[in-house]
Design a protein around this ligand. Structure first.
Ligand code: NAD
Length: 490
């Protein structure tokens, strides 16, 4: 892998099409910013519709190429295993690249990258397990069976918050099953996906099996979602963008997998170990500076311990060390974008205007050292109403609102009073109550006495406006393959 933080500095990054780097046809480039300094650090190609067309044509040619289409399942699986090894070898450099691009903590990005190869290996094992079935038919001497086959070209659009980790759960099974891919990474964190494309070639995948078109959503992203040569779109990003993409895809009757935003509830009962629950709520919202789709941004606390919980949460939030993402002792880095910082500030202000009170944080850190970057303090808002804008809309920042509840019914109603349904968490020693919550909450994931735990071996995804389709687990084989029915008279 030639791409490194050093090689990226002040460079111009091209598109990755047909197995190599190519310049965008219109010659347009846009800057990628370092969130710790708010300064550009490299430029990426702004692909337009004609570049996207070339990338899709390359992926279609690769899908038809016998070198890929007629490769045995075992050999295809081996290629994905080889990619897993290469990702492991380059995990630390990939982590550095992402930290530089999106400002997330290096230690977190390292942990993600070092865990990713296991995920590639798991999905590699799917290559030779794409089973069909035989079906009875009401006629003698007739064989009736279903076989599964790949879909064709899958378009993948990713966000900036964990570009490679989020890509893995769909890219790895897609390749293992035999699809080809065009990826459009976020314009705010592009470089790691280009580096991965190099590793894909190094692993030995035929040219054109994976292509990367870079640039803004309005240009490259929009063109990809309107392209009739795509068989499926996998989108991870905001609900507003997901809605636009689903509309574009519908015009071509192209199916989508949508991994969208969240406004996840975190529920705390009086019977828990308070420190344990406070730590869980803190990491649920302040990890990644709240820039996580599963961020537990609405916290409901049993009224009898509300004051005690809020005091402990405020005290703990004030101890979160905000700092440079490369420092090992930093707990929370900057926001990734200036627009994100402005959004967080405006939601805090609107919360105060609507009657909530800032109990911790609520502003940019005062230290001169952090003045340049897009930093914001861990923020706890109390006296909140669940109908306030900052409690209903996804902020994607380090802001949690806390509300007391008096009964399980009230708590469930509050937890479900949102248009989102991505994840949820409950802290209680009462397992019956926890399971009742799990049954009644409208969320694709339920955490009991933990938060943000995840496994590529289970299906993850959203309910309601948090999306549809699943990433992870064996179910994903159905997402990226289609059934064909065959009948033989013999
Ligand atoms: P975003 O929707 O702004 O952008 C996501 C991607 O879509 C980017 O690559 C962007 O360039 C592209 N895009 C933007 N407009 C487009 C258009 N009109 N057509 C095609 N593509 C377009 O999201 P973001 O700010 O990058 O990421 C944050 C959002 O992602 C949050 O809402 C977060 O909850 C969500 N997210 C969800 C999951 C999940 O698994 N559910 C995971 C991570 C992030």
């Amino acid at each position: 892998m030639k791409t490194s933080v050093k090689s990226l500095e002040n460079s111009r990054q091209q598109l990755f099409i047909g197995g190599g780097f190519v310049a965008p046809k219109a010659g347009q480039y846009i800057p990628s910013y370092d969130p710790t300094t708010a300064k550009p650090w490299y430029e990426l190609a702004e692909a337009d519709a004609s570049d996207v067309d070339t990338a899709v044509a390359s992926a279609r040619a690769a899908f038809a190429n016998p070198a890929w289409r007629r490769m045995t399942q075992t050999d295809r699986g081996k290629l994905v295993y080889r990619l897993a090894q290469l990702v492991l070898e380059h995990a630390d450099e990939l982590a550095l690249i992402e930290t530089r691009d999106n400002g997330k903590l290096l230690k977190e990005m390292r942990a993600q990258m070092r865990a990713m190869p296991d995920s590639y290996s798991y999905f590699a094992g799917m290559a030779d397990k794409l089973l069909g079935d035989t079906i009875p038919v009401n006629k003698l001497d007739m064989l009736n069976f279903n076989m599964r086959e790949p879909l064709g070209v899958v378009g993948m659009i990713t966000p900036w918050n964990s570009p490679l980790m989020l890509l893995t759960g769909t890219l790895a099974p897609c390749l293992a099953i035999g699809n080809t891919v065009v990826i459009k990474p976020s314009e705010h964190a592009t470089a790691s996906t280009l580096a991965l494309a190099e590793l894909i070639m190094e692993a030995g995948f035929p040219s054109g099996v994976v292509n990367v078109v870079t640039g803004t959503g309005a240009s490259a992203g929009d063109a990809l979602t309107r392209h009739p040569g795509i068989a499926k779109i996998v989108f991870t990003g905001s609900t507003a963008t997901g809605r636009r993409i689903a509309t574009n895809a519908a015009a071509n009757l192209v199916s989508c997998q949508m991994e969208l935003g969240g406004k996840s509830p975190h529920v705390v009962f009086a019977d828990v170990d308070m420190d344990h629950a406070v730590n869980g709520v803190v990491s649920g919202i302040f990890a990644a500076a709240g820039q996580s789709c599963v961020a537990g941004s609405r916290c409901f606390v049993e009224a009898s311990v509300y004051d005690r919980f809020v005091d402990a949460l405020v005290e703990r939030a004030k101890r979160v060390r905000v700092g440079h993402p490369l420092n090992d002792d930093t707990d929370m880095g900057p926001l990734a974008l200036s627009a994100q910082l402005a959004k967080v500030e405006s939601y805090v202000a609107s919360g105060v205007y609507q009657g909530a009170r800032i109990a911790a944080g609520g502003r940019r850190p005062q230290s001169a050292e952090l003045a340049e970057g897009w930093y914001f303090e861990p923020t706890v808002m109390v006296d909140a109403g669940n109908d306030m804008d900052f409690m209903q809309e996804e902020i994607f920042g380090p802001v949690v609102g806390v509300i007391p509840f008096s009964s399980e019914e009230e708590m469930t109603a509050l937890a479900n009073d949102t248009r989102y349904g991505l994840s949820s968490g409950i802290w209680t020693k009462d397992i019956d109550r926890a399971l009742r919550f799990a049954r009644n909450v409208d969320a694709g994931t339920v955490w009991i006495n933990t938060y943000r735990a995840s496994s590529f071996m289970s299906a993850n995804g959203g309910f309601k406006e948090s999306g549809y389709g699943r990433r992870g687990g064996l179910d994903v084989m159905e997402e990226f393959s289609r059934l064909k029915n065959i009948m033989i008279d013999y």
